[in-house]
Unconditional design. Structure first.
Length: 103
């Protein structure tokens, strides 16, 4: 949200945070990574395939599947906290949607 005179102004673009080239580069890198995964492994990097491989584990595949699932391949504390926060908010959202809001 852009600010003018110290006040937040909804609807205005914050030009200091507008980074279309960095965003485009990030998207290109993700696309290249997904393409390489298909070409080198013959598989599509989807959550169902990754999770399915963990349910019927093959010894050589477990490490990368866990890192992919958890989002903590760097093993940093910050990544772990972010992942746990994301997962907890997802669990709470599903619980509320299915058990408290569903008639």
């Amino acid at each position: 949200m852009a600010q003018r005179n110290g006040k937040a102004r909804p609807g205005l673009l914050d030009w200091n945070s507008f980074t279309p080239l960095a965003s485009l580069a990030g998207g290109v890198i993700i696309g290249i990574a997904a393409s390489m995964f298909v070409l080198l492994n013959g598989r599509i990097a989807g959550i169902s395939g990754v999770l399915g491989g963990l349910l019927t584990p093959v010894r050589a595949d477990v490490a990368w599947r866990l890192a992919f699932m958890c989002g903590i391949s760097r093993l940093s504390a910050r990544s772990l906290v972010a992942t746990l926060t994301f997962m907890a908010s997802g669990f709470v959202t599903v619980f509320v949607a299915r058990h408290l809001l569903d008639p």
